[in-house]
Ligand binder design. Structure first.
Ligand code: NAP
Length: 343
């Protein structure tokens, strides 16, 4: 098999504060298009790569989290969709499409195949959706909403970062469940999408609100039953004040804090007591036993036109650093994906 050039995006070194494009760089390596005998590995061609907020946490030299830091100088690891070119593993063959952990490079040799999922190509579903709607973010929405929020028909649901990879599905699942759903997002274009494409009952631009507490009171005069928190910080503080008695808060992520090494405190935690609120953090990976059920439910709903999905795709591996950095200023509209190659 041939040896070819392999473009790669590497992290230059561990970072502080908000990520910048220059924290990463392109390198050109070489790769033999072969899975060595006895390795059990796959040699894949990467087609689509996922930009996810949690990756920011892997850019610091901290080993005490649920996931290891990136290795500076090595290609960045992340979720991707790829095509198998060569296999030394009986479970995969050349031509198979897979999704799971790969690297930010054109070709990858994947040794750890245990978490990879084989994709059956389906003309009605773009392959890249296996990084969003049918991938980790979609599953996060599903697991967080059904397993943590205990939703009931008619309840009032608030979703922050609502037009993003996770939030847009949370809102749609809540609507299908018969809930009243309001989303917050960071631009008028996103607010318009939430109301007119994603079917939210209401949406508002949190950047235009001088008083988040007053904004939530406007949309939830009776209070919030479920808050699906993607952002933390000031929005969480305001939501606490507006929760209904026995409300639930699913703490999915705190993207507003990713860039700050010294985050501000939350002031309204006393509401947990007075309103008997259940607030629970979760990781989607704890619910993998529900993945097949999720895949069937969301695939069917998508094919029946009950769910839509918005993707933001950039073209070319070299666009990955800017696409990733854009997550932290809200540049992405929908799930951020990088197309490295189409086949
Ligand atoms: P995303 O929403 O597609 O992209 C990030 C969005 O966050 C941006 O578009 C921006 O939207 C918003 N944002 C950025 N900086 C912000 C700030 N300072 N304050 C408020 N909003 C800000 O990302 P995602 O993949 O769906 O992830 C959403 C959240 O879920 C993240 O916190 C992520 O870490 C978390 N997550 C958790 C799990 C889990 O297992 N628990 C799994 C996946 C993701 P606006 O323009 O609307 O501000």
């Amino acid at each position: 098999m041939a040896t070819v050039k392999n473009g790669q995006v590497v992290l230059k070194g561990y970072i502080e504060g908000a990520p910048k494009k220059d924290d990463m760089e392109m390198k050109i390596g070489t790769v033999e298009l072969k899975a060595p005998k006895g390795s059990g590995a796959l040699l894949v061609k990467n087609l689509y790569l996922s930009c996810d907020p949690y990756m920011r946490a892997r850019m610091r030299n901290f080993h005490g989290s649920y996931i290891q830091p990136f290795v500076p100088g090595q290609p960045i690891e992340g979720f991707g969709v790829a095509k198998v070119l060569d296999s030394d593993n009986p479970n995969f063959k050349p031509g198979d499409f897979i999704s799971g952990f790969t690297c930010w490079e054109e070709y990858s040799l994947i040794h750890n195949t245990s978490q990879l999922r084989k994709i059956q190509p389906d003309d009605s579903i773009p392959l890249s959706y296996h990084l969003g709607l049918l991938g980790m973010p979609g599953f996060t929405a599903y697991a967080g909403f059904y397993e943590i929020c205990s939703p009931k028909k008619g309840e009032c649901v608030f979703v922050s970062a609502a037009s993003g990879a996770v939030g847009q599905l949370v809102g749609q699942l809540a609507k299908l469940h018969g809930c009243y759903v309001v989303g917050s997002a960071g631009s008028s274009q996103k607010v318009d999408l939430l109301k007119n494409k994603l079917g939210f009952d209401e949406a508002f631009n949190y950047k235009e609100e001088t008083d988040l507490d007053a904004a939530l009171k406007r949309y939830f005069p009776q209070g919030i039953d479920i808050y699906f928190d993607n952002v933390g910080g000031a929005m969480l503080d305001a939501a606490l004040l507006n929760m209904q008695v026995h409300g639930r808060i699913a703490v999915c992520g705190m993207v507003s804090l990713h860039s700050y090494s010294d985050p501000k405190g939350i002031h309204n935690l006393f509401c947990l007591v007075t309103k008997r609120i259940k607030m629970q953090g979760f990781l989607q990976s704890d619910y993998m036993h529900k993945f097949p059920q999720f895949l069937e439910h969301v695939t069917d709903s998508y094919k029946q036109g009950k769910i839509v999905y918005i993707e933001d795709m950039t073209e070319g591996l070299e666009t990955a650093p800017a696409a990733f950095v854009g997550l932290f200023s809200g540049k992405n509209i929908g799930k951020q994906v990088v197309c490295v190659a189409r086949e």
